[in-house]
Design a protein around this ligand. Structure first.
Ligand code: IPE
Ligand code: IPE
Ligand code: MG
Length: 255
């Protein structure tokens, strides 16, 4: 799929439900702090919002949901918080696989998992295997993921192909690089949500968000419920995606 793949596929749809939603789930710590609770209580509350988001996506017919759970830079947090986040991740994987099977959700973890404890890597592998044949929503959890890491590892794969003679430098196109990225073969995110009030990307998807609609909300992630999710979808459906064209051209195509 080339970099324009997501665009044209999206255009073919009659309804304006995004095929792919990506979310930076931010604000767990502040949610907890405002209740005089430790930060990890916020992360725990955030897991419930993940369940809600997955359910809503499945219900609305969204094909892919990509959630930012742990960034390449989150290693810089206090060791204790990182450890508690991994424990929570482990627990959620254990507990929710059954639910995913029941709801026909396919789970995939994206990011550099080699840095995770062995136990967690095994658990991830099991969860992916057990849901691999599900045909409903694809749930991608971005863990130890960074947009720059993704582009770097894709560049490395392309370089290997050039080195082995499989590919000539002059044949490298946007599609060549796209094919090596973590989202290869998937529609690019149509809707990119960040909760928690910050208006930045924080090294989440970079290449694949070239034409995503950005949606920022003050709501903290643990408070992001079904009604908030619907609000984001409604706003998305009112946006005009022009992909470089004029508004007149878009209206003409919609006739
Ligand atoms: C997002 O919430 C979750 C992770 C980064 C793991 P935060 O923990 O960043 O919450 P705030 O931004 O401090 O409120
Ligand atoms: C982004 O949130 C990462 C995740 C939600 C996993 P951060 O809280 O780490 O982002 P910054 O540090 O405020 O930019
Ligand atoms: Mg944060």
């Amino acid at each position: 799929m080339g970099s324009g793949g997501g665009k044209s596929e999206y255009r073919g749809r009659k309804t304006k439900i995004p095929r792919h939603i990506a979310i930076i789930m931010d604000g767990n710590g502040r949610w907890a702090q405002s209740r005089n609770l430790p930060r990890h209580a916020g992360h725990r509350a955030g897991v419930e919002s993940v369940r809600v988001a997955v359910e809503e996506c499945a219900k609305q017919g969204v094909e892919v949901l990509t959630l930012f759970a742990f960034s390449s830079e989150n290693w810089n947090r206090p060791k204790k918080e990182v450890g508690l986040l991994f424990d929570l991740f482990m627990m959620a994987l254990q507990r929710d696989v059954k639910r995913m099977k029941k709801n026909n959700v396919r789970l995939r973890i994206i990011g550099d998992r080699t840095a995770f404890p062995d136990k967690l890597q095994k658990r991830i592998h099991i969860a992916e295997e057990e849901t691999a044949n599900n045909t409903g929503l694809l749930l991608q959890i971005a863990a130890n993921y960074g947009g720059r890491w993704d582009i770097t590892q894709a560049a490395r794969s392309v370089a290997e192909k050039v080195k082995s003679g499989e590919l000539q430098p002059e044949d490298i196109t946007e599609a060549t690089l796209s094919a090596e990225l973590s989202f290869a073969g998937l529609p690019e995110p149509d809707l990119f949500i960040r909760t928690g009030g910050e208006q930045r990307i924080s090294n989440f998807i970079l290449w694949q968000s070239a034409y995503s609609e950005l949606y920022f909300t003050e709501r903290l992630w643990p408070d992001f419920d079904a009604a908030e999710f619907d609000r984001a979808l409604k706003e998305f459906s009112q946006r005009e995606r022009r992909f470089g064209q004029t508004s007149e051209q878009i209206k003409e195509q919609q006739k």
